[in-house]
Write a protein that binds this ligand. Structure first.
Ligand code: R7I
Ligand code: MG
Ligand code: MG
Ligand code: MG
Length: 339
């Protein structure tokens, strides 16, 4: 059912961020054993110790974007810029925003009431714009809002990105991640192979990078296909070396896609076999290391949209700050899309 996919996407995105954030600072691969130890802790946690996992900027911004889409019934740049900025200046330190994006919010606040919502982002990094993954980490609500309309999805993915990130790689990362969520919403377990899923993403990126000289996503997607098709599963270090797991949109988005496709291809590690598919994708994506909250949230958004919310245990969700908001926004975006 479609509502289960909407909820699955929002809730697995939340869990990926909250769980991934536990390992972000380490900046190295996370052992399956470590993740399975957390699984035990979550499973056995008492109601008193519930909601001990905080979400970060990934979820905070995704939820603000979703709220704006729900309230306005359309994308209103000034409203999203206003919500992003207000939340940035009132949120607790545990959100861990990217180091440079603060400048965007400072400029937006100074020039409020947001007369030029895209201006400050275009001045970042001497005018080339940020290539950080912040544009893609928060984009899944665009896919839920635009479900069934790829043209609108690409337009709104770009517009929502440009409020903070104007670099072409950040914009294309947002389009690629939103499209992966859309493909997941439009297909179901058993109806599509990992290679067919990959091919849809490849067709999209061929189009998006037609005039981009470096073609970073094209090359990384080709590498991902090679790694998944290969007999021996690639080591995390080889993946880090050939695709990457860092703060660049080109790395984190491709890492999230790789984690999802590896599980779709049934190549996930046996250590995680006791878990549901959605849980496996979230844990596997975090095991890659690097920007774990962001890779976790993006892989979760795709996997939840594909498998639905049934595989997300209540002991995971009740540990996460923001569960009710995620559920509520998913339900409202679903209602809006049905109209
Ligand atoms: O992209 P952004 O919102 O950061 C998101 C990340 C996620 O991992 C979140 O979970 C959070 O932890 O941060 O924020 P930006 O500040 O725009 O970009 C992040 C970082 O990428 C910057 O602080 C820079 O270090 C780097 N970066 C660049 N460096 C050089 N040249 C981004 N663009 C450039 C660039 O053009
Ligand atoms: Mg974060
Ligand atoms: Mg690297
Ligand atoms: Mg991050």
């Amino acid at each position: 059912m479609l509502l289960s996919k909407y909820k699955g996407s929002a809730l697995a995105a939340l869990a990926g961020d909250c769980i991934g954030a536990e390992y972000e600072a380490a900046w190295q691969p996370v052992a399956y054993q470590t993740l399975m130890k957390l699984e035990e802790i979550l499973k056995n946690s008492q109601a008193a110790s519930r909601r001990f996992l905080n979400y970060t900027d990934d979820t905070e911004m995704a939820h603000e974007l979703a709220k704006s889409l729900v309230e306005n019934g359309k994308f209103v740049a000034k409203d999203v810029a206003s919500k992003f900025t207000k939340t940035f200046f009132t949120s607790p330190p545990c959100r861990y925003y990217g180091a440079s994006v603060r400048t965007v919010f400072e400029k937006l606040q100074k020039a409020s009431p947001f007369s030029d919502p895209f201006g400050p982002a275009s001045e970042q990094f001497d005018g080339q714009g940020s290539y950080g993954n912040g544009s893609a980490m928060r984009v899944f609500p665009v896919a839920l809002f635009c479900h069934g309309n790829q043209e609108l999805l690409e337009k709104l993915a770009a517009l929502s990105a440009k409020l903070t990130h104007v670099h072409i790689d950040a914009i294309n990362g947002a389009k690629l991640q939103a499209s992966a969520v859309e493909i997941a919403l439009s297909s179901s377990d058993g109806s599509i192979s990992w290679l067919e899923f990959w091919q849809k993403l490849k067709d999209l990126i061929d189009k998006l990078e037609v005039d981009v000289p470096e073609k970073v996503y094209t090359n990384k997607l080709d590498m991902i296909k090679e790694l998944i098709a290969r007999e021996e599963v690639a080591s995390v270090h080889e993946f880090e070396d050939k695709v990457g797991t860092g703060i660049k949109a080109t790395e984190a988005v491709c890492a999230a896609i790789y984690a999802f496709l590896m599980c779709l291809a049934d190549r996930q590690p046996s250590e995680l076999s006791s878990l549901s598919k959605v849980q496996q994708v979230v844990f596997y994506s975090i095991s890659l290391g690097g920007d774990t909250d962001t890779i976790g949230t993006m892989a979760g958004a795709i996997a939840g949209a594909f498998y639905g919310d049934e595989g997300l245990p209540s002991y995971w969700l009740s540990a996460c700050e923001g569960e009710d908001m995620a559920r509520d926004l998913a339900t409202k975006l679903h209602e809006l899309n049905e109209k």
